[in-house]
Design a binder for this molecule. Sequence first.
Ligand code: SF4
Length: 164
Amino acid sequence: MKGIKQPTEEFSRVPAGLRIDRPPFPKSAKLEVTSRCDLNCFFCQHTYDTQKSGDIEPALLSRLLRELRELGVEDLGLFWIGEPLLNGALNEHIAEAKALSFPYVFITTNGRLATEECLEPLFEAGLDSIKFSFNADDAESYRPRYAGSTVSTKPWKISDVPGY
Ligand code: SF4
């Protein structure tokens, strides 16, 4: 007869070597540099959050960056729920992370502020990757999902991204 844990173990994708009391610290982490956003997407926690939004304290970010690097983190996302391009110190945060030798620093953005003037300093600071988040097939489905946005007046083009 199967024990109560057996089905879980059979279907778990966690390698056996990691199912220990103190598994190794993750190689990947994300730090939310701002909880502010310029949109109110219906599917997002940000839209329903009643707490005050704001940017991370630079001193706290510095401490977290140091500690995460010492713990062996390699892939660092400088965003979580908010829109990272709203943080005016983002290029400084990226430069600080690269100075601590994080091999891969990336962001995900809704893209509304992604002009060439905005993106160029981020890549100069050492940004390795940027991802654009769209959860719609076309303008018709984009507008109601991304409340507060418009498609036709989006100020950026993919060719604004350095290297394209
Ligand atoms: S753009 Fe991103 S962070 Fe902002 S409300 Fe939409 S899903 Fe949330």
